[in-house]
Design a protein around this ligand. Structure first.
Ligand SMILES: Nc1ncnc2c1ncn2[C@@H]1O[C@H](COP(=O)(O)OP(=O)(O)OP(=O)(O)O)[C@@H](O)[C@H]1O
Length: 256
């Protein structure tokens, strides 16, 4: 599988929000990190890639162009974990997974679906909470349920909008390890908007750094996480060295 994004632009009303977004082609098995300050356009780009928001330009995945194949066909390949966790309703995680899978007409028998849900809940530490009402669960647990809802679709393109923002350190690592394993095993592609530069450096194969709706740098973490790029985009002074595992480690000295 291969994802190619070239010259993607998008508008809210007449205002241009994304300006000719391009980044290097993404091969199956890779995670791409979208970085950038608030309002730089990460969520809007995610919405364009999922097909939820209209855009212009070329988005080609697995040989098919988003703007040619259109909504239904595209949405079969893609699952998004949105920035906001599922609402705190009286439904249980199990009920939500079943109702979502059946509403999407996922082609699993009851036995298969039950087994898949059990495995996902087990991976995400949700098994003990599966029969609790969502409104009794913490924000972090509900964020994990948002991820479970994306995983159950077994997408070829997995879009994660700040997937670890409500999670503690332990669960941040578990979630990104899990995503890495899933994309590597299935040859799918994941794109994740992240604010945590250390997680981005550690888990992403490619990064795209955004500012005001433009990608101002893209490439490997070492290429993108430079003092100059971070000063320009985040207005911070940094020192960058290499961790013993070989990925860049950003030490933020202070605001500029
Ligand atoms: N529904 C909307 N209507 C009009 N403008 C919008 C809408 N949603 C987002 N925007 C604008 O688009 C720009 C990009 O917003 P977006 O949410 O994509 O940024 P982001 O990088 O994901 O931000 P954050 O890190 O804060 O989540 C911002 O200027 C925002 O105000």
């Amino acid at each position: 599988m291969r994802l190619s994004v070239k010259n993607l632009s998008a508008f809210y009303g007449k205002k241009k929000i994304l300006h000719d977004i391009s980044f290097p082609d993404v091969r199956g098995g890779m995670i791409v990190g979208l970085l950038g300050p608030n309002a730089s356009g990460k969520s809007t780009l995610m919405k364009c890639l999922s097909g939820e928001k209209k855009s212009k330009g070329d988005v080609v995945f697995d040989g098919e162009n988003l703007h040619v194949v259109g909504g239904k066909r595209w949405s079969e390949k893609v699952a998004t974990m949105p920035q906001t966790a599922p609402a705190p309703t009286a439904l249980t995680p199990t009920e939500l997974m079943w109702s979502t899978a059946r509403a999407l007409a996922l082609p699993y028998s009851n036995r298969e679906l039950s087994w898949k849900i059990e495995r996902i809940f087990d991976d995400l530490g949700l098994s003990d909470f599966q029969l609790d009402a969502l409104h009794t669960l913490s924000g972090g647990k509900r964020q994990l349920i948002g991820l479970a809802l994306a995983f159950i679709r077994e997408p070829e393109l997995l879009l994660l909008d700040e997937p670890t923002s409500a999670l503690d350190l332990h669960w941040r690592m578990i979630v990104l390890d899990l995503v890495k394993n899933k994309v590597q095993q299935s040859g799918s592609v994941s794109i994740a908007a992240l604010h945590d530069l250390d997680l981005a450096a550690r888990y992403c194969d490619l990064l795209a750094l955004m500012e005001n709706g433009k990608v101002i740098a893209s490439g490997t973490p070492k290429e993108v996480l430079t003092r100059d790029n971070l000063a320009r985009v985040y207005h911070v002074k940094t020192e960058i060295d290499l961790s013993k595992h070989g990925y860049p480690r950003v030490d933020v000295i202070g605001a500029i």
